[in-house]
Design a protein around this ligand. Sequence first.
Ligand SMILES: [Zn+2]
Length: 375
Amino acid sequence: MSKTLALTQELISLSSVTPEDKGCQARLAELLAPLGFVCETIQSGDVTNLWARKGTAQPLLVFAGHTDVVPTGPLDKWQSPPFVPTQRDGKLFGRGASDMKTSIAAMVVACEEFIAANPGHQGSIGFLITSDEEGPATDGTVVVCNQLKARGEQLDYCIVGEPTSARTLGDMIKNGRRGTMSGKLTVKGVQGHIAYPQLARNPIHQAAPALAELVAEQWDAGNEYYLPTSWQVSNIHGGTGASNVIPGDVVIDFNFRFSTASTVEGLQQRVHAILDRHGLEYDLKWTVGGLPFLTPRGTLSDALSSAIKAETGLDTELSTTGGTSDGRFIAQICPQVIEFGPPNDSIHKIDEYIEVRHIDPLKNIYRRTLENLLL
Ligand SMILES: [Zn+2]
């Protein structure tokens, strides 16, 4: 049996639902230590993180990912138990099969093969593994990144093993992710009897023209790598439930998915300017969920793209679509971060799977990338 397939199955059988790691990282460390990696567990709250490094020279190429998985959902909906890796019809089923235990296994075996064939390779190799990616992500990668920064550890390249392929292995890699920022806007009026509007002030009427302007606003035009920033209202709440009362306030929740063509401060200022121009009395609370990051075409994306081409014959597409990932934290301490992993059509679903024919090619792509960067 393929070594990567065997290790993938081993990891799937450990039921590491966030923030549990269930011994996955200890197993990885057991495999990495004999290869020359110095392995360190960084515990934060109930989250287990692994930092491993082989060598002290630059450049440092880091493989990053998570051992935790999302909950299974109703067990009786699964065709086979989610933590019993099971092969059917050329697919390996199990929670974490595509997000992202196969990637982790492939990264480890790729290093094993690369180091065995090239004991005198240049630079260093690192692993940054967390068990808190699918949860609040407050005790995971961000904690390790802060520690590495404090120690002056210099990362040059990072490959995050998130499932980024779309239709087939290698057709898409992510060289950035949009940022996310939410706002909770409370527009204040004066409550009163609906028959005496002159004695009240209707906050819904006052907010409506400002809302129309916010909806129509073009925040930016995007750039070479990003679609334009989008602004969406998610909830509006106003009114007492009675039909004869003008409400005292209206609460509007909205969210920005923003590109690197805009900044947090710039977007906030523009929202305030529109609200102020309409003379609203309001309160606005901001929550920045994640900053955008971008790795322009360069050494790392070229190394990965040519590895994909050599292994699969495909010309991979660079994309910045999708939700946020831990790449946003790593990008704060590493100039080039690219995400690449298997197809993502079954992630977080019942009967999550990976096609068995993708497992060894994924490992080969990681190994070829090591060859492209460290030989
Ligand atoms: Zn993931």
